[in-house]
Design a protein around this ligand. Structure first.
Ligand SMILES: CC(C)(COP(=O)(O)OP(=O)(O)OC[C@H]1O[C@@H](n2cnc3c(N)ncnc32)[C@H](O)[C@@H]1OP(=O)(O)O)[C@@H](O)C(=O)NCCC(=O)NCCS
Length: 338
């Protein structure tokens, strides 16, 4: 159950974070997490005279289910034990050497009491404040400590940016949201010899195709994340692999029937605009196309603007303890999953 106190009452009764229970959510509590996300985003965007995006429960709960499925020990709720109320929550993923904070939200009625800081400390590798020594995160490896701690924040949110930067997770890259209805012929066709093939619909992708996607991810992002590609296929994004004349995979890209573009990864950045053009022509979304593009991926930014998409809202920030990934050749899945 989420808090439903009147605002002033809630502020007066801010709980002691040390008195809360921090544990994985029960299945029914994922709905509470979604409600807290929406309350949190609405609260701070209202102060900026900006409307929060609507909560679309189905896809949001699918995303939370995926985060909990792949990283059950990295999804925690903060619960007031007397009334068994969820007051806040956070979820992180570990993909090879990269630890990534997907989301951290505390109900507006109980913010600024230390709950977010406590949740973060328990989610960080080591699980307790002070465990992440400067330099301790510099040892890459699968089983050991992650080499990189990262997250995406809203640029207009000083509290979260301050909280994460205090742990060395500092803003490094802007992520620009581009939204709109592209002109069908605004972007170039694929060059001669580049062949698109479906990279798997809702069912399992061919093992050989999966291996090619993983190899591209290792070269572009620095790690493979097949579990996230499986989630994308389950949730209806359709992927295409782009093969060169010799059959070698040069990139992949996804588009969804609701217009979400990404992830997109290319080995040769001159393929960015034609692959975007191919993806934009491959689906007729019900609404507008939308994606988050790293500022350093200038080819994608320029191509999408030329195609008629427009910047929307304010940028997000990719924050990390140190640089990683060739984001000049990547468009992420979204802000909660790279
Ligand atoms: C961001 C959020 C999770 C933080 O949780 P919280 O329980 O309110 O925060 P806490 O009280 O634990 O800690 C806030 C910390 O932020 C830091 N902080 C706050 N404002 C800051 C600023 N302007 N600059 C730098 N640091 C700042 C402080 O270090 C503070 O901790 P301290 O005073 O104890 O040292 C919560 O406020 C929230 O859910 N906000 C709305 C949703 C949201 O924006 N989520 C993140 C999306 S990017």
């Amino acid at each position: 159950m989420t808090p439903d106190l009147p605002r002033h009452q809630g502020r007066d009764r801010r709980p002691d974070p040390a008195a809360l229970v921090y544990r994985p959510p029960r299945p029914a509590e994922l709905v509470d997490c979604a409600d807290i996300w929406h309350a949190g985003v609405s609260d701070y965007l209202a102060r900026l005279a900006t409307q929060a995006p609507p909560l679309v429960p189905g896809p949001f709960l699918e995303l939370l289910g995926h985060l909990q499925g792949t990283d059950p020990d990295r999804f925690l709720v903060a619960v007031e034990p007397a009334e068994d109320r969820v007051l806040g929550w956070g979820a992180a993923t570990r993909r090879d050497h990269v630890w990534f904070l997907a989301m951290l939200f505390v109900h507006p009625d109980v913010q600024a009491a230390g709950i977010g800081r406590t949740l973060l400390a328990r989610l960080l590798p080591g699980g307790a404040p002070g465990d992440v020594e400067p330099g301790a995160a510099d040892r890459p490896g699968r089983g050991g400590p992650p080499g990189i701690l990262a997250t995406c924040t809203d640029s207009v949110q000083p509290i979260s940016n301050g909280l994460y930067a205090g742990h060395g997770i500092v803003p490094r890259l802007p992520l620009l949201e581009l939204v709109g209805h592209p002109g069908p012929d605004a972007l170039p066709e694929l060059p001669a010899g580049i062949r698109p093939i479906p990279a798997g619909g809702p069912g399992p992708a061919e093992p050989a195709l999966r291996a090619m996607i993983d190899a591209i991810d290792r070269r572009v992002l620095g790690y493979a994340h097949p579990q996230d590609h499986a989630f994308l296929r389950r949730s209806g994004r359709s992927g295409q692999l782009f093969l060169g004349p010799d059959g070698a995979a040069l990139g992949y890209g996804y588009a969804s029937p609701v217009g979400r573009l990404g992830p997109i990864a290319v080995l040769d950045e001159t393929l960015t605009a034609p692959i975007l053009g191919h993806l934009l022509r491959s689906v007729q979304p019900r609404g507008a196309f939308a994606c988050w593009v790293p500022g350093v991926n200038d080819r994608a930014v320029v191509a999408l603007l030329r195609a008629g998409l427009r910047f929307e809202g304010f940028p997000s920030l990719l924050c990390a303890t140190r640089p990683f990934g060739a984001f000049e050749r990547y468009v992420p899945i979204g802000l909660a999953l790279l």
